[in-house]
Design a protein around this ligand. Structure first.
Ligand code: GLN
Length: 224
């Protein structure tokens, strides 16, 4: 029997806001339609995690309280996730998950939690202006429409050459100033788009393709 496509869902029980788990369901549906079996593992607090066993990593959004718990546990996986991302394997991180890929997140109570520090970006909570509403973003795969709800403002570090996922037509995206939404680095996508984001066929199909390619490479390596 052929090997299933394996997805790691990071902290599914703690990080899942505004329909983010729909992203995993949509990918499962698209991959099933192409004849692939899909296995989704919830990687939560204290679990072992070796990214070499996975074809895709998903990290959803979360509120500050959950984020602060997750951020501590997540540090155990810093190296394996960094290797995974740098190797160009596919990952989708939404809102709170996206924030934790960066250097730090300064939360609502003023405390700062460490992110993974894999991507040169940081996030600062601004209490007086929550960014909430529908979004319309122009990406290289076409336009996407989604929903955002966050107080964290994400900024790429000074001098970094990070690229956003797209350009904001409606809504806020990373912060109110830059008119940029999310991030796209190798095959890692970070985004503030809930709703879920993958209800947009263009980006869902692009990610499904990345997953299949990564799966084929992983299975080939196993067979050697
Ligand atoms: N707690 C973060 C913020 O408010 C993320 C929210 C989310 O993931 N939905 O910015």
């Amino acid at each position: 029997m052929s090997q299933p496509i394996k997805m790691a869902y990071l902290y599914e029980d703690l990080m899942n806001t505004y329909g983010d788990s729909g992203d995993v369901k949509i990918l499962r549906y698209l991959l099933n339609n192409q004849g692939y079996q899909v296995q989704v593992d919830n990687i939560s607090l204290n679990d072992e995690f070796d990214t070499n066993e996975y074809d895709f990593v998903f990290f959803g959004g979360g509120q500050d309280f959950e984020q602060s718990i997750v951020a501590k546990d997540l540090q155990r996986h810093r190296e394996t996730l960094q290797d995974y991302i740098e190797a160009g394997k596919p990952m989708l991180a939404i809102c709170g998950g996206y924030q934790l890929l960066g250097d730090y997140y300064r939360m609502s109570d003023g405390t700062t939690i460490d992110g993974l520090g894999i991507l040169p970006l940081h996030t600062i909570f601004k209490a007086d202006s929550r960014m909430i509403g529908n979004t319309h973003v122009k990406t290289p795969w076409g336009d996407i429409r989604a929903f955002e709800n966050h107080s964290g403002r994400t900024y790429f570090d000074e001098g970094s050459d990070l690229k956003p996922l797209g350009e904001v037509i409606e809504g806020y995206g990373n912060n109110p100033e830059d008119k940029q939404e999310g991030l796209h680095y190798k095959n890692t996508i970070g985004s503030y788009s809930h709703g879920p984001i993958l209800r947009n066929d263009n980006i869902a199909e692009a990610i499904a393709k990345m997953i299949i390619e990564n799966h084929q490479a992983r299975v080939q390596a196993l067979e050697k």
